[in-house]
Design a protein around this ligand. Sequence first.
Ligand code: NHW
Ligand code: EN5
Length: 388
Amino acid sequence: RHKFWETQPVGQFKDLGDPSLPEGPIEPPTPLLEVKQEPYNLPNLYEWITCDMNSEDMCSEVYNLLTNNYVEDDENMFRFNYSKEFLRWALHPPGYFTSWHIGVRVKSSKKLVAFITGVPARIRARDTVVNMAEINFLCVHKKLRSKRLAPVMIKEVTRRVHLENIWQAAYTAGVVIPTPISTCQYWHRSLNPKKLIDVGFSRLGARMTMSRTIKLYKLPDSTSTPGFRKMEPHDIPAVTRLLRDYLSQFLVAPDFDENDIEHWLLPREDVVESFLVESPETHEITDFCSFYTLPSSILGNQNYSTLKAAYSYYNVSTKTPLLQLMNDALIVAKRKDYDVFNALDVMQNEGFLKELKFGPGDGKLHYYLYNYRLNHVMRPSELGLVLL
Ligand code: NHW
Ligand code: EN5
């Protein structure tokens, strides 16, 4: 069934629910000198490259490959359209390795036809913080699909991660492979219902008119929480404390320090937005919410070419009710002209999705660990990790 994944140190379907298997690494690290020193063989027409995303030309090539060949929904109506600025941000966190940004070119034409990336992250599973790679942006050009290129790309990124003495990874995918640590549901909150209906992202409900639908999703012009404001650089220590404390309750979550918070959560225009609540009395930072910007290309529509989507990232409520905090996030997203606000049912998100008029999407997101076994499948609410 899974000729490649059956050979990899990942939980296998046949082992699900076997309590005799211990939690933790599936296989031990090998001595670094025993890690293969040369890249895996590619079919003869192709060659490996390392992608320096600081190079404007390289970044544009990657952007074009992904824009035309990356993830689509099940009916091929929308395709993720990560911006260049987003890709640079996603691939340059503290301690990143350029060698983990891997491309495949056609030797003769130099055309970029495949891509895969890793970035380093400390991820806690129960009580153990593990140095991992987060793997993302695996893409093979549409014309080269089903030729078993993906397994070679995965083995090559694994080899380059091993060379840095890292032996575990985390990744998400829309497809089921051996074996998810959790399966999450996408939810969507219409901000611009007319456009969403016009482009086929959503449908007019039964016994609903367009004007009733627009009214249903209307939001106030300004946020309601006193002290709600954009995060600033001087907030990094307080936000780090708030988020670390919050994430400690989940079974799997990143172990963020101040450098990570500065990188992942300090606002960057059209990439990531973060807001917090500073108590007007005590000036304490009591609540936090954030989202990242990931537009999708709309495939084959006469009137519109892109859907502007915000994706819920990390949120923490200690004083402001989560419902009110996230309603303020919706208000700012609407004001910034996003068409839709998306969220997964991870962390405590179930506590606001229905009440704030999110509806379940047709997509699921499966979470995976490489070379790390967990002894049961987690509920999405036990997950404290959001990947881009
Ligand atoms: S998920 C997004 C993945 N990208 C897309 O969906 C873009 C559009 N699709 C494509 O470009 C986020 C191709 O269809 C791809 C597959 C390239 C997906 N993850 O070459 P073949 C990520 O980037 C397995 C893992 O013939 P293809 C996360 C498949 O099950 N495996 O297929 C990435 C089969 O193996 P099996 C996937 O369609 C995580 C084999 O690939 C997969 O031409 C990567 C078929 O290969 C997926 N999304 O190319 C793993 N999709 O055993 C990281 C298919 O079933 C692991 N496959 O026969 C950790 C590594 C680091 C470890 C460090 C210690
Ligand atoms: C890892 N970084 O399927 C990413 N998106 O629901 C890789 N559906 O947008 C993994 N099909 O339900 C990616 N509208 C896996 C996801 C791939 C993309 C994907 C889904 C998630 C999606 C939309 C559009 C469907 C178009 C037809 C959807 C319904 C919205 C509606 C709004 C009003 C209230 C009810 C729901």
